[in-house]
Design a protein around this ligand. Structure first.
Ligand SMILES: [Zn+2]
Length: 548
């Protein structure tokens, strides 16, 4: 019926209009996806049923965008589609960075190239062989790792995209800032699983408008976003309204909207947590909360984590002191090995004996006298004594510090010895040095046990060793920040003897983390949407350099 209205003059111009339509420059990415039949990298139509919150991020063309998000939500793919559209229709030259060159290779091969192949009709002539550079209609899309043997890309661009910025070299990220100076748009999209506080992601997020996904409770009509632990009923293992405590349905979560918590900022900020994800159960979130706090914050809540203020002072220790007898029930022993060996004896209630010795045979005497049911001895710096001890006493374990690459949220686990120790039938206890120290010190601050020691010189020394502990920010060889515990004097032996006694107690079954790591535990915990293995990156960043 439109036909009747079309004048002959317009009719004459129809071929040109048709051509215009074919070469149409789109301004709406959603219209583009629908009209051009754009498919995802798997060749399937896009579906945002369970992730409606991605649509606003997809269609947001604010030059400065920051997305702070948990694992597995599709952020890399969302930004890939966004850039593809901007390249083609806004003519934006773009630079995308990943933590490493290997991450670039994996992402380009398994996501970008697949996306181009699925949408050949829009990206004719785009080369899928070149990993570092894509071209469409005279516009370029560069890819680069921040940890790279070759120099940063020196070309100018309209748009910078930093994927997994919290796991990228922060120095290299800075060098890119000047690349968009000549552009009108000066775009910069950064997104990541967060890391520590005050890294680039966190700083930009703090300055942004900080949008949260706000739901409306169907019962009491309260509008709020979900937070841990208020939005979860720990008993019933369900999501609940923070106001009226009624259960929240998946549809209530889906029908949320983005609301700025810091309105007025020109930086567009979004935060995604597993609490918003309908396919992740409350039970899973509760389970994750019981593991490593850094992991839970970064990968589940999508929050940065820096337990920077944690410290155990003389006051903390004196507050734990009790005249009551602590030698009740099972006894656990921890031994720190050095020229002088330090030991701590405790029960599940608290410490009752500490001391020092030099000769290995002294330890036999101590064990014969106190009859501990479980013990942990430092395997470093020299495993001679610890190997002798674990061979002789089946209840003794050797301690090694390392990260669990397969299950990064696990901070303590049993295992058979490796290498030389593999033939050793006695067990080994592995733990993540800084995380288990976090936990041990937190237990002291929260008075989970008491100290029933004589107030003698040995106790003074015990306090002194704790007082030398400092949390230090270190930058690893990838330029990524993390926190480690260090001693200002190197004299922290009682801290570690105490820690080993704690591990011994956990190992006896009083702990929540224990159990042998079986094959079933080994598959990666994250099917990461960020194509490279986030859990691997997490483990690498937190690699423990054995210092004790
Ligand atoms: Zn309510």
């Amino acid at each position: 019926m439109v036909e009747h209205c079309v004048s002959s003059a317009i009719k004459q111009r129809l071929p040109m209009a048709k051509e215009l339509k074919e070469n149409k420059q789109y301004y709406s990415i959603l219209q583009w996806i629908v009209e051009k039949g754009i498919l995802d990298e798997k060749g399937e139509p896009f579906s945002y049923v369970d992730r409606p919150w991605l649509i606003d991020i997809l269609t947001d063309w604010t030059p400065q965008i920051v997305l702070v998000a948990c694992a597995q939500v599709g952020k890399s793919v969302t930004f890939m589609v966004k850039v593809s559209f901007a390249l083609k229709h806004f003519k934006f030259n773009t630079i995308t960075t990943f933590p490493t060159d290997d991450d670039v290779k994996e992402f380009v091969a398994s996501k970008v190239n697949k996306f181009i192949q699925a949408n050949r009709h829009e990206f004719q002539g785009m080369d899928s062989d070149n990993i570092e550079r894509k071209e469409v209609d005279g516009r370029f899309w560069f890819f680069k790792g921040t940890v790279s043997k070759t120099a940063a890309i020196s070309t100018t661009a309209d748009l910078l995209v930093h994927d997994e910025i919290s796991r990228s070299d922060q120095g290299a990220i800075n060098t890119y800032k000047s690349r968009t100076k000549a552009s009108q748009y000066k775009g910069r999209y950064i997104f990541s699983n967060p890391g520590t506080e005050r890294d680039e992601l966190d700083l930009v997020w703090q300055k942004s408008n900080q949008r949260e996904w706000v739901i409306t409770c169907p019962k009491c009509k309260d509008e709020h976003y979900l937070i841990w632990p208020d939005s979860i009923d720990l008993e019933r293992k369900i999501r609940i309204c923070r106001a009226c405590k009624e259960p929240l349905s998946d549809d209530t979560l889906r029908q949320g909207k983005w609301v700025a918590q810091n309105p007025g900022s020109t930086i567009s900020g979004y935060h995604i947590s597993h609490l918003m994800c309908v396919w992740i159960s409350a039970a899973e979130i509760i389970e994750d909360s019981e593991g490593d706090p850094a992991y839970f914050n970064n990968f589940v809540l999508g929050k940065s984590y820096s337990p920077g203020d944690l410290s155990v002072s003389k006051t903390t220790i004196l507050d734990l002191w009790t005249p009551k007898p602590m030698d009740i029930g099972e006894r656990f022993i921890g031994i720190d090995v050095g020229n002088i060996k330090h030991y701590v004896l405790r029960s599940s209630k608290g410490l009752f004996k500490i001391g020092r010795f030099t000769k290995p045979s002294d330890l036999d005497d101590i064990i014969a006298f106190w009859k501990p049911t479980s013990g942990v001895i430092d395997a470093m710096p020299d495993a001679t004594l610890s190997r002798y001890i674990v061979d002789k006493y089946p209840f003794m374990k050797m301690s090694y510090f390392m990260e669990n690459a397969n299950n990064p949220q696990t901070i303590v686990w049993w295992g058979k010895g490796q290498g030389d120790e593999a033939s050793n039938k006695s067990g080994v206890v592995y733990s993540h040095r800084d995380r288990i120290l976090d936990q041990h010190l937190t237990n002291m601050i929260e008075a989970k046990h008491l100290i029933g020691l004589e107030t003698d010189k040995e106790f003074q020394l015990y306090i002194k060793h704790y007082e030398t502990l400092r949390r230090e920010k270190v930058v690893n060889n990838k330029g990524i920040e993390r926190y480690i515990w260090a001693s200002t004097t190197g004299e922290d032996h009682y801290v570690f003897a105490d820690l080993y006694a704690y591990l011994a107690m956990l190992g006896s079954g009083s702990g929540v983390f224990y159990g042998e790591v079986t094959q079933a535990d080994i598959p990666s915990v994250l099917g990461a949407d960020n194509i490279y293995d986030v859990s691997r990156a997490f483990a690498e960043i937190n690699q423990t350099n054995d210092q004790n």
